[in-house]
Design a protein around this ligand. Structure first.
Ligand code: ATP
Ligand code: MG
Ligand code: MG
Ligand code: MG
Length: 576
């Protein structure tokens, strides 16, 4: 590819709404362009990355025996009514109506459609097992689309669905997928962890999330450095010695574990760096139902002291709410503190640590509270006034760093992750709801045993950038870089030999099958280098007149601080 024919559009400044580095860099490097909240165009440079992610996923899915198809983005409501999910899914699922008044769904996932295909096409046990997958647009009307491609509304997912004759075979299919996922994420060259996740109503332990490790991740993951134990925080809580807690307490555990601010604007308001460990915090959260609708807004007041030993959590009781500690509703807290109804606003702090204030601020009034989101903060609330001495709530236990791992192999550690993949054993949940059967060996109809397996194709590049960047821009792993090599001739218009050498090397690299771009735009060296460092192409070859006279070009990996001279004749070997 020649840069003059391609499309390159870089920006000096990140957009104001870009809170995390991947969103900032993807926009500045011209990979994506925002059209609306959570809706982005993949610009030519960004699309190349997405295509490479897709290619790796496709290759490994095919290798694992899955077969590709494509299901409609717009799906008739009738199928979704069969499983009851048309009503259950809530506002995250986008619904539309056609000119005849018929309801449709824009696929947030595709269990219904694929089960419908299976019940028509897979008639006999002899056709099983089968695993269908697609790499397709999904739409989820996320309440808080944010972080660019990380939590979009329109995004690309690889979703696969396995169909098996019995449980044993379904579990084997699940393990094949879990193995394929490990190969896929290994190939991306990212640091990730596969963690046990909750398998919800289905039970069992066959659900794992693949989490790319990054401080800005929305999930907390618990693992033991001395063994294979790893789980997301919800699962770890469920397995904790105290057993599963009520939903609200689980959420509390979720917020309190890291003890760090991950909220950029709160950190900015307080003048502290991100991920500062805090002495105290106030938390509010919403309770949601299965469909993601808010059923109850709550405010919890927490004052943490010391190093966040969870056995020492002090919970400030709101007087008037007798019988010891309980969670107060927003309305109750507003009333208690004499705020106007609605003053605290639609609080939702489902994020790990949402609101961070120092204990001293508490007695000074004017706290900041609200959600972990710029527009949802409420400032000037006088939380601290008249609060009684914090009361110890003894039964509030938690999973914290330093706890003994459930397998007894050592202390637990906690870190943050970005969910890039999820594998899930479904059992007969969908096949029963949709009466999807095949003829078993005994000649009787039997329900399909199913599994589903997702990968966030467009979330993955964002996760990669969170993990791999510096102050100059993105640093792509080779596997998903938009181009593997960039050739930068220095003022070729003045030096015909430079142009000639660059063209020759370009042709040679292309012939070798290397994904190379030749920067023939005629930019000044400084601007040219800045662009490629921002875009993050891992290998750069600079061709200058002086070097050429000595038979040399310069090679610099995106991680290197300086270039190395390499004999022109050796550059190909050097790249390999
Ligand atoms: P999350 O917990 O982040 O909301 P999820 O558990 O709802 O994700 P799944 O239903 O498991 O997501 O979907 C499979 C994969 O699709 C996820 O592992 C994730 O990588 C990706 N994904 C889900 N929601 C989004 C989104 N809004 N934007 C981009 N990718 C997403
Ligand atoms: Mg979700
Ligand atoms: Mg999830
Ligand atoms: Mg998931």
């Amino acid at each position: 590819m020649k840069a003059s024919q391609f499309f390159i559009s870089t920006l000096k400044e990140a957009p104001a709404d870009a809170e995390v580095v991947s969103h900032q860099l993807m926009t500045r490097a011209g990979l994506i362009k925002k059209l609306g909240a959570g809706i982005y165009s993949y610009m030519p440079m960004g699309l190349r990355v997405v295509r490479k992610v897709e290619a790796i996923v496709r290759e490994e899915m095919n290798r694992a025996g899955a077969v590709e198809l494509t299901m409609p983005v717009v799906q008739p409501a009738e199928l979704w009514q069969e499983t009851g999910r048309f009503d259950k899914m809530g506002p995250e699922m986008m619904r539309i109506r056609d000119r005849h008044g018929r309801d449709f769904v824009i696929q947030p996932t595709s269990e219904e459609v694929v089960t419908d295909i299976a019940r028509q096409e897979l008639r006999s046990y002899k056709q099983l097992p089968k695993n269908f997958y697609q790499i397709q647009t999904k739409f989820r009307d996320e309440r808080r689309p944010r972080f660019g491609l990380m939590r979009g509304r329109e995004f690309t997912m690889k979703d696969a669905y396995s169909f098996d004759r019995d449980q044993a075979s379904a579990k084997a299919s699940y393990q094949v997928m879990a193995g394929a996922y490990r190969r896929i994420f290994d190939r991306f060259g990212l640091t990730y962890r596969a963690v046990a996740a909750d398998s919800g109503a289905i039970g069992g332990d066959l659900s794992e999330e693949f989490q790319v490790i990054a401080a800005t991740g929305e999930d907390a993951i618990v693992y033991c450095p001395h063994s294979d134990y790893a789980a997301n925080i919800e699962k770890a809580e469920a397995l904790a010695p105290t057993g599963p807690r009520p939903a609200a307490t689980q959420a509390l555990a979720k917020v309190s574990t890291p003890g760090q601010s991950t909220c950029p604007d709160v950190a900015a308001l307080l003048g502290v760096p991100l991920a500062t460990t805090v002495k105290s915090l106030v938390l509010a959260t919403d309770e949601t139902n299965e469909a993601g609708e808010i059923t109850k807004s709550q405010v919890w007041l927490l004052l943490l002291r010391g190093d966040h030993d969870m056995n020492e959590i002090k919970v400030a009781k709101v007087p008037g709410l007798d019988k010891g500690f309980r969670f107060a509703t927003v309305a109750e807290v507003e009333q208690h503190f004499g705020c106007k109804p609605g003053y605290l606003g639609p609080l939702n702090l489902c994020q790990p640590v949402n609101l961070v204030v120092d204990r001293d601020v508490a007695v000074m009034a004017d706290w900041i509270c609200g959600a972990n989101e710029p527009d949802f903060h409420t400032t000037g609330v006088n939380w601290g006034r008249d609060l009684p001495e914090p009361t110890v709530v003894a039964d509030l236990r938690n999973v914290v760093a330093g706890d003994l791992s459930p397998d007894g192999q050592g202390e637990l550690a906690i870190e943050r992750g970005i969910e890039v993949g999820h594998v899930f054993y479904l059992g007969t949940k969908y096949s029963q709801a949709m009466n999807a059967t095949f003829l078993a060996e005994d000649g009787k109809p039997a329900f399909f045993e199913m599994g589903c397996y997702g990968i966030g194709i467009t979330r993955l590049p964002a996760a990669a950038i969170e993990q791999s960047h510096d102050e100059r821009g993105i640093i792509w792993p080779d596997a998903i870089a938009p181009f593997t090599v960039v050739l930068c001739p220095i003022t070729p218009d003045r030096f015909p030999a430079v142009k000639e050498a660059a063209d020759a090397l370009y042709a040679q690299l292309l012939a070798e099958g290397i994904d190379v771009i030749l920067d023939d735009r005629g930019e000044r060296p400084g601007a040219m280098f800045a662009d490629w460092e921002l875009i993050g192409v891992p290998h750069r070859i600079t061709i200058g007149d002086r070097g050429l006279k000595e038979g040399q070009v310069e090679y610099q990996h995106r991680r290197d601080s300086a270039a190395t001279k390499v004999a022109t004749a050796d550059i190909l070997a050097h790249l390999k």
